[in-house]
Design a protein around this ligand. Structure first.
Ligand code: AKB
Length: 318
């Protein structure tokens, strides 16, 4: 039986992934950890306050709970990282190295670590960016993700650590808010639309970015972690794709449900980050190696998001 520890469990991906892992592996077999207090959604299962920068504390938690698998999600996202360069580098790198070192010592038999489309820079092909494109990121977040991918590959090659990773696009979900990313607009827009307010977008109308509905992101993560190790040919991080759209296209799709909805565009420093990233991603390796296939397109995602977020907001969450 797997015993799982999730770091950054209160984050956008963490809170949803933890809930799904609990329903698959049993609530008591998934230990959620974070440096902040848990939200209501995580209050059913075991939770510990844990700072991934504190390696002895991480080792202690692994020992105490007999952990086999870690999903190490704690990190600073792209926009926040540009404002806290040193902190982003320390957390995104040292946190990962602490996990990989403990895995090398045998404390974890399997590791998941999230990378991002941010590993690509302006010189990568924009459309259908291939798995092995040039990676010359122009953000501190991208640099930390690229270095992290190389550390994962190194620990796998040199020490046999079973570490697996995905290059997530922007993630969209209704259960929790993202915190500090360049793709956050694609979640914020739904809150304004349902509140009947005009949305001011911090990206230009035509900024196309790769995105994914949370259901698909959680499914991809769990499928990758359940895949036969022999089928995993990429030990840096897999390209992963579902939908690509511009703010204007997203607004148009929302207007099909809420015709009064209005959007305006006031690009800020995040526009430059978005311009350095791909428009769409080629995820052939993930499809071939472990049969990845997304379920949600733009139309399906918007319909589901509006329906469920409206329900959550009526109940006062999040
Ligand atoms: C961000 O915008 O920083 C993240 C990402 C694409 O990794 N959502």
């Amino acid at each position: 039986m797997e015993k799982i520890l999730v770091t950054g469990a209160c984050g956008q991906l963490g809170s949803e992934l933890t809930a799904d892992l609990q329903s698959i592996y049993g609530t008591d077999n998934v230990i959620a950890t974070d440096i902040v207090e848990p939200p209501e959604a995580l209050s059913d299962g075991p939770f510990e306050r844990l700072d991934v920068m504190d390696r002895p504390a991480l080792a202690g938690a692994a020992e105490r709970h007999g952990i086999t698998t870690i999903y190490h999600l704690a990190a600073l996202l792209s926009a926040k990282a540009e404002q806290q360069i040193g902190k982003a580098w320390d957390l995104n790198m040292q946190g990962l190295l602490n996990v990989l070192e403990l895995a090398r010592d045998g404390r974890f038999t399997k590791v998941f670590w999230p990378s991002s489309i941010a590993v690509f820079g302006p010189d990568a092909r924009k459309e259908q960016t291939p798995q092995n494109s040039p990676c010359n990121p122009t953000t501190v977040y991208g640099i930390s993700k690229l270095a992290g991918e190389q550390w994962c590959s190194y620990y796998h090659r040199r020490f046999g650590v079973d570490v697996r990773s995905l290059r997530y696009p922007g993630l969209i979900g209704y259960k929790s808010l993202p915190g500090g990313g360049t793709t956050d607009y694609a979640v914020d827009i739904f809150y304004k639309a349902l509140a009947g307010e005009r949305f001011s977008c911090f990206l230009e109308s035509q900024s196309r970015l790769p995105m994914m509905y949370m259901e698909d992101a959680v499914k991809a993560t769990i499928d990758l972690m359940r895949a036969d190790p022999a089928s995993i040919s990429v030990r840096t991080s897999y390209n992963l794709a579902a939908i690509s759209f511009t703010p204007e296209e997203l607004a148009f799709e929302i207007q099909k449900h809420l015709p009064e909805f209005e959007i305006s565009y006031e690009p800020d420093y995040r526009q430059q980050i978005a311009e350095s990233w791909p428009d769409s991603i080629d995820d052939t390796a993930a499809r071939e190696d472990w049969e990845w296939s997304p379920v949600y397109d733009l139309e399906k995602m918007v319909g589901d998001m509006l329906k469920n977020l409206e329900k959550e907001l009526k109940q006062g969450i999040p």
